[in-house]
Design a protein around this ligand. Structure first.
Ligand code: B12
Ligand code: SF4
Ligand code: SF4
Length: 380
């Protein structure tokens, strides 16, 4: 019998939570924003602000504009229903405030690429080395429950399509929009994930927005490998490698070489940012021993769906179709695999004969790239 079953049987002999609440329910006072800050700080959340729950009109217009111009690259997410994702009251009827939280994810050290003869190793974006959203959501849900006990509605969101996270964080004064589109926190940079609690409770908004800190710097624009930052703060998702690696279907040829060793996520426009690099470690976290910063591309290509799901299930994988992760691994192998390594050749040859035409085509591309790299040439 599982532990879960034992717990359920034992609890059948004690009053249910509902009975207990009915018997002892007393009014509970609303937690103050300082109490909330303290409670969230215990869970590693370093920055908290409050925004009004009014419609995010500028962001709504921007979502429609970018979608109209095709800059969303067929993304759904917040682009699917901009009216909904820019109106906190569509998420929580009668909402009056949005409590916004930022949790740092830059680690105090970076795990080096394994040098044990395995690999080739594909690189994972820092925000995805472990699941940072799950603990953020759990902490916000804990506070939401506390607010609900004071007879208010409160719902936690993080990286959910219900609300544009950066926009509420910007309104709450947590940071400014960098030219790389990320929200930069003053004195701390952009290595933060964001989440919020939309509530009917009337918390006072914190002053915002924060003053721009980019000045004349344009490093992120210059360093983006695909020119995806088409104007300050505006990303063309069609070109952004972070989306190229998530998007279902065939990867356009013009981006395959630029993908380099990336399998999921892209950090270049943050690694290029002097503010985030210089100040990010003020809020750094301990490296989780379970971090997956490097993915053994051959191990992944030899694995079945369950294995990939168990290991990398916290990534966004379109339609939970693990083909897209394998497709990315094939591109990485073409870009960085050792052309004379028999393991590399075996896996590429295996996928060239794959029943799935997209995987077979990416493997053929990888084989050509390996051959041309061996000859010292470049393929597009
Ligand atoms: C869709 C999405 C993506 C897309 C598109 C990103 C984009 N910039 O458009 C893709 C898949 C490419 C992506 C990539 C990444 N993402 Co993302 N993504 C989202 C998601 C789901 C929605 C974002 C959204 O709706 N954008 C709508 C557009 C209109 O808003 P915006 O991009 O923020 O643009 C603002 C600025 O352009 C500003 N603006 C307008 N005019 C001007 C003019 C100037 C001069 C300036 C400076 C700004 C400015 O106004 C806009 C909003 O009003 C959010 C989660 C959520 N629910 O909000 C996460 C989110 C934005 N992503 C996040 C992260 C971590 C990333 C990556 C770093 C991951 C990675 N390492 O690969 C990259 C960064 C890429 C980048 N440079 O933006 C974090 C960002 C945290 C932060 N500190 O900013 C979020 C908030 C998730 C979270 N909850 O933590 N993402
Ligand atoms: S995430 Fe990478 S590809 Fe996307 S804008 Fe930043 S540097 Fe460019
Ligand atoms: S690299 Fe420069 S322009 Fe880009 S976000 Fe950082 S400070 Fe701003």
């Amino acid at each position: 019998m599982s532990i879960g079953n034992i717990r359920r049987r034992a609890s059948a002999h004690v009053p249910t939570r509902r009975h207990t609440l009915c018997a002892v329910r007393r009014p509970v006072s609303l937690p103050s924003i300082d109490e909330i800050r303290g409670r969230l700080a215990e869970q590693g959340i370093t920055h908290v602000g409050v925004a009004s729950a009014d419609v995010l009109a500028d962001t709504r217009a921007e979502l429609f504009r970018r979608r109209g111009e095709g800059l969303h690259g067929d993304m759904g997410f917040t682009y699917r229903d901009p009216e909904r994702s820019t109106d906190p009251r569509r998420a929580v009827v009668g909402a009056r405030s949005v409590i916004v939280a930022a949790k740092p994810y830059l680690t105090d050290s970076d795990p080096p690429e394994p040098q044990d003869g395995s690999g080739p190793h594909a690189r994972v974006g820092r925000y995805a080395w472990v699941d940072h959203y799950a603990p953020l959501r759990a902490a916000l849900r804990d506070v939401s429950r506390q607010i609900r006990r004071a007879d208010h509605r409160a719902v936690a969101f993080a990286d959910d399509n219900s609300i544009v996270d950066r926009a509420v964080a910007h309104r709450a004064g947590l940071g400014w929009y960098g030219k790389n589109a990320n929200l930069l926190l003053p004195g701390a940079g952009s290595w933060f994930v964001l989440g919020s609690i939309i509530t009917t409770a009337p918390y006072d908004p914190t002053p915002g927005p924060a003053a721009d800190g980019c000045g004349s710097c344009v490093r992120c624009i210059d360093e983006c490998p695909t020119g995806a930052i088409i104007a300050p703060g505006v990303i063309d998702a069609n070109r952004c490698l972070s989306w190229v690696l998530q998007k279902p279907g065939s990867i356009p040829f013009e981006y395959r070489t630029a993908i380099g060793d990336r399998i999921y996520g892209c950090d270049d426009c943050q690694d290029a940012c002097p503010i985030s690099v210089r100040l990010g470690r003020r809020n750094s976290i301990e490296l989780d021993p379970g971090s997956d910063a490097w993915v053994d591309a051959i191990e992944l290509l030899d694995a079945d769906d369950d294995w990939i799901d168990n290991r990398y299930g916290h990534w966004y994988i379109a339609d939970r179709d693990f083909r897209w992760v394998r497709r990315n691994a094939l591109v990485v192998i073409g870009n960085i695999g050792d052309p004379v390594d028999a393991r590399v050749r075996r896996v590429v040859d295996h996928y060239r004969a794959h029943i799935d035409p997209i995987l077979a085509e990416h493997a053929t591309w990888a084989a050509t790239r390996l051959t041309e790299r061996a000859a010292g040439a470049t393929v597009s």
